[in-house]
Each structure stands twice: as C-alpha cells, then as structure tokens.
Write a protein that binds this ligand. Structure first.
Ligand SMILES: Nc1ncnc2c1ncn2[C@@H]1O[C@H](COP(=O)(O)OP(=O)(O)OP(=O)(O)O)[C@@H](O)[C@H]1O
Ligand SMILES: [Mg+2]
Length: 526
C-alpha cells in the first residue's frame, strides 16, 4: 500500500517537474504535422506552353470550326502586330470565351493558338483553383496573372471555366465566390494593361456568372458547334491523314454522321483503323468505317444470350421501328436493323440522316415519336403482351412530348412557352398541358398502330429475316419493302404536309383494319 502511494507520488512529482517540456514537445509535434500537411498540399503551377512543344497543333489540324478559327486568328494577328489596330484606336479584346458541347474542339483551338500566336501562352484548368482552403484558389489566380503579366504580350488559357465561373451566391463555403471575384478583378481591375488576352473554354454559358460575360471581360463569346457536313468531311480528312485508306468514300461517312462532334469523328477514324488491323488488312475500307460508326453510335457488342422467345420479341420490336421509319417520309432513312445486343440495347435500328437539319416541324416530331412507339406497338399486336424492352423508347417519347408542349407550344392549345426561372404554372395550365401531351403521344401511337396493322406482311418478313440473319442492311430492307407504296422523301416536310401536296396514294397504304382512326395520309388538320 505504502509502495503504491509512493509510486503515485513519484509520478506526480515527475509531471510537475517536466510539464513545461512536455508542452513544448506537444506543440512541436503539432507544428511538424502542419508543416507536413502544407507540403503535401497540391502545388499547381500554370503550364507554360512553348510554340515548339512536341505535341503542337496547327491551324491545319482543325477542320470545321471556321468561325471560331477566324476569330482566334484575328486575335493572333492583333498580338503579333498591334500597331495596325492601334492606329485606328482599337483595343485588343480582353477575353474570348469558347463555349459549346463537349468534344467540339475548344481545347484543340486553344492549343493551336498556343502554337501559332508566338505570344507567351499559359494554360491552367479552372479545376486547379478549387481548393478546400479558403483563399488558396484566389491566390492561384493572382499568381497566374502575375506570371503572365511579366511576359506580355501573353495569352492565358483557362480550361473548363465552369469549375469556378458559376453564379455567385450558390457556394456554401464562399471559397468559390472568392476565387471568381479574384478572376473578375484580374480581368478588369486596376492592374490591367491591355496586352494580356484571356481565353477560356466552357460547356455551359448559361451557368456562368453574368459579370464574367460583360464587355471588358469575356467580350467575345464564340459558340463552337458540332461541324456541318463540310466540316465533318474536313475532320475525317485530318484524322485519316496518316492512315492508309482503301476503298472509302469519306464524303458518305460525313453525310451519315450528322450531329456528331469532332471527338466522335476522331474516335470513328481510330476505331476503323483498329477494325482494319484486326482483320489483317493493309488499308482501311468503307466496311471498317461502317463497323466503327456502329460501334461509336450503338456501343460495343455484348455477349448476352437471349432465349428463343425473347429473340422473337426483340426481332418484332425492331421490325416495328424499322417499318414505321420506312413508311414515314420525314424520318431519317433506316440504315441497318440488328438484333445483336450492343451496349445496353438488346437490338437497335440505325437511322442515318441524309443531311443536317436545324429546325423540325410539329409533324416531323410526331413522326419521330411514331417510329419510337412502333417497337412497343408491334410487340403488342404480335404477342398481345408488352415487355420492359421499350423503356428507352418511352423515355424519349415522353421527353419529346414534354418539349413539344412546354418549350415549343406545339400542343392543341398552342400558346405560351413555359417560362424559365422560378415562375410556377397554375394547376389548371399543368393539367391542360398534361392532356395535350397525352393527345400527342396517343396520336403517334395510333399512327404506328395503323401502319403496322396495314403492313403486317412486311413486319413479319422483316422479323423473319432478322431472326435468320440477325442484321439487315439497306438492300435487304429495300427488298422486303419492294412494291409498297411510299410517299416521296422530301426533307423538311412532315407526313401531313406531304400528303396535302402528293398525289393520292393507292388504297393499300390506307389501312382498313382500324376504321375508328382517321387514315394516316388523310390530314386531320390540313
Ligand atoms: N474541329 C476539329 N478538327 C479536328 N479534330 C477535332 C475537332 N474537334 C475535335 N477534334 C478531336 O476531338 C478531340 C477532343 O477535342 P477537344 O479536347 O478540343 O474538345 P473540347 O471541345 O475541349 O471538349 P470538352 O468541352 O469536353 O473539354 C481533339 O483532340 C481532336 O482529336
Ligand atoms: Mg476541353
């Protein structure tokens, strides 16, 4: 007992004597840990790109984005020879914002500027400014501009501006707002000199803070769109420059790839080369491009095994889509039908557009919904049961019908677009619009039903051929559809408009099986 008491006493004495030293050691450890943490924090330096760097991109490596290229070339001219512009009192634009969908070549354009301008070029991704620690992002912006100002004339490129450029006030911690404020000040504050150009790239212009977009900051906003047919031909040319081409019509590939971006096209060229290599060929042929296109659009072939009944359901489903696509003149031509599973799809019908289109009529959208519903309707007619396989089609139909009513005012009432922002629609309007949406979808479903019932023989033939061959190409589809009266394919006109102008169609095209509905070619409202 006495021994235990003396031990406690000893410990107490020891701690009284050494308490100061223990505290010092404790704080030393904390300081050491903090220093280690500071060291471990990512140090992001702006990347300076030399025109002669190994992976430099020249103007000739970019095809299609002609407007963006012209604008940037002008800036490059300005920086090279400012006197010519200054004589007339013009100032160098301070900021150029490249915006557009992913893969359209925004980063690529900036790389070309780095190579061609001859000015100092500093690149940093906006994501590098986003940090957990308050003020660090702003400090990095300050450093980036300070380094660039030392070497004027210079260009700063900030990629993926969305990371810091979003509207202020939404950030909980305030760190992002602070970073953005610093960027605003650097671009148009006291320290600006006039020989520093900021180029930024972003996917969503609408999300950026309005203060960034005003003249004096990003004065020029360039919309980089997916290329048109000429542009696509150019992009294909750029990406096949160093590949041995056999019997390929790149013009045809360009025509078939409406809506695809430069990145998609580069991917198609690469996939085609891989297909050719796997085949052991010496050059890339049209067949390789065809397969590459299918892989890029529809996904990679999967090895799911369907039972015999499921296979029949998928065959009739796809035949339903294809039949409606063939009979409706405003829908893109069916290029191929397949019941080989690819990606998430168990089968697919590939429709390739004949040309670029920027406007769609109400009738064309209705026809498109009809094609989408054709699969489900065919299942219902043939098997008397519906499956879960149509979920993707139904989602797209719902999206189109929603946009038609709410965005384009194409419903029966036809007034008023749904306003943006927090404005709320009344219960009555919402109910009315729900009715309109249902009407549009019903109209399409009825049209699909009429067409499939009237052309049951062709549906059966398409499905039977699909079951035996798995894939049907254009020629095979033409053989099945031979002799079926079809309306002339004219771009820009929906079925009803064509019907109003076209000569009467033979009775075979007008189904008698569903007499309750108005016939497809007799326009309800024309
Ligand atoms: N106009 C074009 N000409 C030639 N190649 C192109 C073109 N557009 C895109 N590409 C190809 O696509 C690739 C990706 O393009 P890039 O990185 O510039 O896209 P991005 O617009 O910056 O996309 P994101 O918004 O996703 O960053 C390029 O490396 C290039 O191979
Ligand atoms: Mg980019």
């Amino acid at each position: 007992m006495v021994l235990a008491t003396s031990l406690v006493q000893d410990i107490q004495n020891w701690s009284y004597q050494w308490s100061g030293a223990v505290m010092i050691v404790f704080f030393a450890v904390i300081i050491y840990v903090m220093l280690r943490m500071l060291k471990a924090m990512p140090r992001v330096k702006p990347q300076q790109i030399k025109p002669s760097s190994s992976q430099s991109v020249a103007w000739k490596d970019i095809a299609g984005a002609d407007e963006a290229k012209a604008e940037l070339q002008e800036i490059v001219e300005f920086l090279r020879d400012p006197k010519q512009f200054e004589k007339l009192g013009a100032k160098v634009p301070k900021g150029i914002l490249l915006h557009g969908p992913p893969g359209t070549g925004k980063t690529l354009l900036a790389k070309a500027v780095a190579h061609e301008s001859g000015a100092q070029f500093f690149a940093q991704s906006a994501a590098a400014f986003v940090e957990m620690f308050a003020g660090l992002g702003a400090a990095r912006i300050r450093r980036l501009f300070a380094i660039a100002r030392k070497q004027e004339p210079a260009i700063i490129f900030i990629d993926e501006l969305d990371a810091v450029g979003g509207r202020r006030g939404a950030d909980f911690s305030g760190e992002k707002d602070q970073t953005l404020n610093q960027l605003l000040v650097e671009m148009d504050g006291f320290a600006t000199s006039g020989r520093l150009v900021v180029i930024a790239a972003s996917n969503l212009l609408e999300k950026l803070d309005p203060a960034l977009l005003r003249p004096g900051r990003f004065d020029r906003q360039i919309f980089v769109t997916p290329p048109d047919v000429k542009g696509r031909r150019g992009v294909l040319g750029v990406h096949t420059r160093d590949k041995p081409l056999g019997d390929v019509d790149l013009g045809l590939v360009a025509q078939q790839t409406s809506g695809l971006t430069g990145a998609d096209l580069a991917n198609i060229c690469n996939e085609a080369a891989i297909f050719a290599a796997r085949r052991g060929g010496k050059s890339i042929t049209g067949g390789d491009f065809d397969q590459a296109l299918e892989r890029v659009i529809a996904g990679v072939q999967s090895h799911r095994v369907l039972n015999a009944h499921e296979k029949r359901v998928v065959a009739f489903h796809e035949a339903g889509h294809a039949l409606c696509g063939e009979l409706l003149p405003s829908v893109d031509r069916v290029h191929r039908i397949s019941i080989v599973p690819r990606g998430r799809a168990l089968g697919y019908t590939l429709n390739l557009p004949a040309e670029d289109r920027y406007l769609k009529t109400r009738e064309e959208l209705l026809d498109y919904m009809t094609v989408l519903l054709g699969g489900r309707v065919a299942e219902q007619i043939v098997f008397g049961a519906i499956t879960t396989g149509a979920s993707d089609d139904l989602k797209r139909v719902a999206d189109i019908a929603h946009s038609m009513v709410h965005d384009y005012a194409m419903g029966s009432a036809g007034v008023g677009r749904t306003p943006d922002g927090p404005v709320r629609l009344s219960e009555t309007t919402l109910r009315l619009r729900d009715e309109e949406r249902r009407e549009l979808i019903d109209e399409s479903r009825r049209a699909a039903r009429r067409m499939i019932v009237a052309h049951r023989a062709q549906l059966d033939a398409l499905a039977a051929q699909l079951l035996s061959n798995e894939v049907l190409d254009r020629d095979a589809i033409d053989r099945v559809m031979a002799g079926v009266p079809r309306l002339e394919r004219r771009p820009g006109v929906g079925l009803r408009v064509v019907a109003a102008a076209a000569p009467p169609v033979s009775p075979a095209a007008v189904p008698a099986a569903v007499p309750a509905d108005p016939p497809v070619v007799a326009p309800k409202d024309s």
